[in-house]
Design a protein around this ligand. Structure first.
Ligand SMILES: [Zn+2]
Length: 52
């Protein structure tokens, strides 16, 4: 039985939950709410930051 681990990240604007792609790296862009965010990884969890 193989467990597929899906990492999730919250959108800082709408508080929605997005799936982090398995091959995602910190610094990758992700889009939600029609806005673009930068993926970061800190303290064992993913987060989204607004660029700029
Ligand atoms: Zn959003």
């Amino acid at each position: 039985m193989s467990a597929v681990r899906v990492d999730l990240v919250s959108c800082p604007v709408c508080a929605g939950t997005l799936e982090v792609p398995p091959d995602a790296q910190p610094g990758d862009p992700m889009e939600c709410c029609g806005k673009r965010f930068i993926l970061t990884y800190e303290y064992g969890s993913w987060a989204l930051e607004r660029p700029g």
